[in-house]
Design a protein around this ligand. Structure first.
Ligand SMILES: C[S@@+](CC[C@H](N)C(=O)[O-])C[C@H]1O[C@@H](n2cnc3c(N)ncnc32)[C@H](O)[C@@H]1O
Length: 272
């Protein structure tokens, strides 16, 4: 192991020392057999379970429903997948440690969750196609989140991402929440919505040219109409929903590929 990952593992392992006591009270009842240890080695990240109160909050933040397909990257003992399945969602855990995969299956069966709702794959999260998920949950590390970020940004606009504690570099979270009840460590979750890609020049109807610069969910640029050029302010994407202000008007619309269908003010649209 090179110095950086070793240091990373050491820092995480030291932090989990504080977490062990707190996590013990959050462990679901385990079927007898394999007993994982908080802080045990994982391929890229040690195992520390997300406190159940934060699992619940993470799924609340992502507004998980029975229409969702949730994937937990590095799924540990399966608690997030099992909780999502109990909400009626289809959910898959990706976990490198085969013992944890077996434990997750037992935990799911013990929780009365059907196999077609909660599945667990012994796989490397870096080698796994998670593009079909509508919700991604994770408790990894900042540099792993950064490595995953390009793949995540290529997911369908509107896909919800929730991370326990760790950030996504300069892609700021849309929402950050901390749970105080029933949680003493690892109690903060960050939530992002994958933005549609809108950077570039758009022709607006009934008239005008829209030049958009995009930094993740934030937009800037100009709206040119006849001889007037107005700066874009408060521009943002929420999945495929676009909002910006220009020349005193607030524009909202929905993006689909190379088309924007305006929703307010009435009757505007744009094409690339
Ligand atoms: C911090 S734990 C989080 C567990 C679970 N998601 C939770 O929130 O309770 C990280 C998990 O990722 C697993 N892991 C580490 N590297 C992995 C990789 N490359 N592919 C899949 N799983 C991995 C570890 O074995 C560990 O169970």
């Amino acid at each position: 192991m090179t110095a950086a990952p070793l240091l990373r593992q050491i820092v995480f392992t030291l932090l989990i020392g504080v977490a062990v006591g707190a996590c013990a009270q959050n462990q679901p009842a385990k079927p007898s057999g394999y007993e994982p240890q908080v802080g045990q080695e994982g391929k890229d990240v040690v195992w520390v379970p997300t406190p159940q109160a934060l699992v619940d909050r993470m799924l609340d933040m992502a507004k998980v429903t029975s229409s969702d397909y949730v994937m937990d990257l590095g799924s540990g003992d399966g608690r997030t997948v099992i909780t999502a399945a109990k909400r009626g969602a289809r959910a898959t855990g990706i976990e490198y440690n085969p013992d944890m995969v077996e434990l997750s299956k037992k935990n799911a069966a013990a929780a009365g969750v059907k196999e077609d709702r909660a599945t667990f794959m012994k796989a490397d999260l870096f080698e796994t196609d998670f593009s079909k998920a509508t919700v991604i949950t994770m408790f990894l590390l900042p540099d792993i989140n950064l490595r995953l970020r390009p793949k995540i940004l290529d997911m369908r606009p509107g896909t919800r991402i929730v991370s326990n504690t760790f950030t996504m570099g300069e892609w700021e979270a849309d929402v950050t929440e901390t749970v105080s009840e029933g949680c003493t460590t690892w109690c903060t979750a960050l939530h992002w919505i994958v933005p549609a890609k809108v950077e570039g020049a758009w022709k607006m109807a009934p008239g005008g040219e829209l030049a958009l610069t995009q930094t993740f969910q934030k937009l800037s640029g100009t709206l040119r109409n006849g001889g007037n050029t107005s700066p874009i302010t408060e521009g943002k994407m929420r999945g495929d929903e676009i909002t910006f202000k220009a020349g005193g008007t607030t524009y909202t619309g929905r993006v689909s590929g190379n088309t924007i269908k305006g929703t307010s003010p009435n009757g505007w649209s744009a094409t690339k």
